[in-house]
Design a protein around this ligand. Structure first.
Ligand SMILES: O=C(O)CCC(=O)C(=O)O
Ligand SMILES: [Fe+2]
Length: 196
């Protein structure tokens, strides 16, 4: 953070301001969104809210991955959630049922550390199936699975189980060093939705 900005901010607030390194803040980031934003008070996606466009490359990839679930129509990537997991993070069992048309799939891409994915049934009481999601895996949640509870109870960040080295080996350029450093103890999930 810029020195002059900090001084001004301290003066305005009247109490000392602690600076936190970007690398520390980055580890605290749990999720981000792209594309259409969800309005939690109205419980719907609101196209009038300011939003960043989903990058074309991601949109094209989602279209291709969604193909088996689209029956002659094209998947339209309208909203995405990016989940950032550090070693002790998990994602509790939940449903993704806020999209108007549940016949459209959710395309979910995993990067970094290996995770356990639990796919349950339509009731929380249904026993889940457990599977590993590794870096580069894509899950297509479609058909009955759109109405099923699912979650991530844990990720593996230890060297023996994380499966990241294979992924890391693809990033040898020195410009990728900070990315490799970040992904070593982390997992990123990108899930892409068609909202309408
Ligand atoms: O992290 C994952 O693989 C699943 C993410 C998910 O289910 C969600 O964001 O709704
Ligand atoms: Fe989900």
């Amino acid at each position: 953070m810029d020195e002059k900005y900090l001084k001004e901010k301290k003066a305005r607030l009247g109490f000392p301001l602690k600076t936190i390194a970007a690398s520390v803040l980055l580890r605290k980031l749990r999720w981000a969104t792209l594309g259409l934003q969800f309005d939690w008070s109205k419980r719907n996606y609101d196209a009038s809210l300011p939003h960043a466009k989903i990058p074309d490359a991601l949109s094209r990839l989602a279209k291709e991955l969604a193909m088996p679930a689209m029956e002659n129509a094209e998947f339209c990537a309208e909203a995405a959630i990016i989940n950032y997991f550090a070693s002790d993070d998990m994602l509790g069992g939940h449903l993704d049922d806020m999209e108007a048309d549940l016949s459209k799939p959710i395309v979910s891409i995993s990067l970094g550390s290996k995770a356990v994915f639990l796919l349950g049934g339509e009731s929380r009481q249904d026993p889940p199936i457990a599977m590993f999601l590794r870096s580069g895996d894509a899950v297509l949640m479609t058909g009955p699975a759109r109405k099923c509870f699912h979650g991530i109870p844990r990720i593996f960040t230890d060297l023996e189980n994380c499966d990241v080295p294979v992924f890391q080996s693809k990033f040898l350029d020195s410009h990728d060093a900070s990315f490799v450093d970040y992904i070593k103890g982390s997992r990123i999930n990108i899930n892409i939705r068609q909202v309408n």
